[in-house]
Write a protein of this length. Structure first.
Lengths: 208, 166
């Protein structure tokens, strides 16, 4: 047996296989990479079923909210459900941050995912209220448009209508505040340099 | 085995490899051909009304992964989201979108992950090509090894087995 040759063969096959497996171990098989960050946020028009408590963010029940109407504003779109346990963990955080950034033009909307609005209203009351409006999403069309596969998921849309970030699971206050600060700062810079801030055109393949 | 015969066998193996690697592309090309003219209404026919339409919708739904299941297509899954996605497939087909446009819509939202079978393009070609390459390569190695093992032993001097004259 030619030992030198055997060692070279085993190393030649084994090292790439081990490298491939090691790379695979670093990936979370449950995490689905979203193609949306960096691309135009899917537009939506959705009806309000819970108005929100913050006077700046409040919208009347039955109002139609259009993402396209938020030119030059940062919009936080949170998908949630009353049956979602993890949504309870982030609820207070989202309401707190929504109140803090309301005066700076940041808008928060909660889209109800595969749930009845009456359950959503009951849940909001149980949780002690919600600062921002909650919207219906019949047949989960907006959820599918955003490539949703579970709740909670939160999308931050920048002033140009581009998805700046997608959060999987409960949002952490520090992370979201940092992102909002940086987006507001970038928006202020572009305004001072007279760069046009226009909302990106809605994607043509929207489910709407 | 003669050298000419060996060459013919290798050529045949390479032809088979090319055919298999190209097969998924041909299937994709068939699927991508628009099969319906755009219709005025986006309302999808109810299941069972138009069997040909149902077949097209099923063919697409069978190739889309259910996001809330484990390795199941939206066609096979009873999950609520899968049902809603199936309805969306039907609506998009009814609105005149081609199969490719429907797939592209879902890929735009979920990435290539949403396809149960990755498209045979770019890095994905490895998924289709490597197994064939390993089978052909392994077969060639095995062939070489067997040829070496079964090769008649050539000996020199008095080890030929011929009787030695005294």
């Amino acid at each position: 047996m030619n030992w030198k040759r055997a060692i070279v063969t085993v190393a030649g096959v084994g090292i790439p296989v081990i490298a491939l497996l090691s790379y695979g171990m670093t990936r979370d098989p449950r995490s689905i990479p979203s193609p949306l960050p960096g691309r135009a946020a899917p537009v939506f028009t959705r009806a309000v079923f819970a108005p929100g408590e913050d006077p700046t963010l409040r919208r009347a029940v039955g109002d139609s909210i259009r993402l396209a109407d938020h030119n030059g504003q940062v919009v936080v779109v949170n998908f949630w459900a009353s049956w979602c346990l993890a949504c309870r963990d982030e609820h207070e955080t989202l309401s707190m941050i929504a109140r803090r950034y309301a005066d700076q033009g940041v808008r928060f909307y909660g889209l109800l995912y595969n749930d009845e609005p009456r359950n959503g209203i009951k849940w909001i009351a149980q949780m002690g209220g919600q600062a921002y409006p909650a919207l219906e999403d019949p047949s989960a069309r907006t959820a599918i448009d955003y490539g949703l596969y579970g709740v909670p998921e939160t999308f931050v849309v920048d002033q140009r209508g581009i998805v700046a970030h997608k959060y999987l699971g409960p949002v952490r206050p520090g992370e979201l505040s940092q992102l909002l600060d940086s987006l507001l700062l970038a928006g202020a810079r572009s305004t001072t340099t007279d760069a046009p801030v226009t909302r990106a055109l809605p994607s043509p393949d929207s489910a709407r | 085995m003669s050298v000419a015969r060996q060459k013919r066998l290798i050529a045949a193996a390479l032809l088979c490899l090319t055919a298999v690697v190209n097969a998924p592309q041909r299937v994709a090309a068939q699927v991508s051909a628009p099969t319906a003219a755009p219709t005025a209404t986006a309302a999808a026919p109810a299941p069972g009304v138009d069997p040909a339409f149902d077949d097209r919708a099923k063919a697409i739904s069978s190739r889309l992964r259910c996001p809330v299941c484990q390795g199941e297509s939206i066609q096979d899954s009873p999950a609520e989201l899968a049902t809603q996605m199936k309805s969306l497939v039907r609506e998009q087909l009814a609105s005149g979108k081609s199969e490719t446009q429907v797939f592209d819509y879902f890929i735009g939202k979920y990435g290539q992950w949403i396809l149960l079978e990755p498209r045979a393009e770019g890095i994905n070609l490895l998924v289709y090509g490597l197994p064939i390459l390993f089978i052909v390569g392994g077969g060639a190695l095995l062939w070489g090894a067997v040829a070496r093992w079964t090769r008649p032993v050539v000996t020199t001097g008095n080890d030929t087995g011929a009787p030695i004259d005294d």
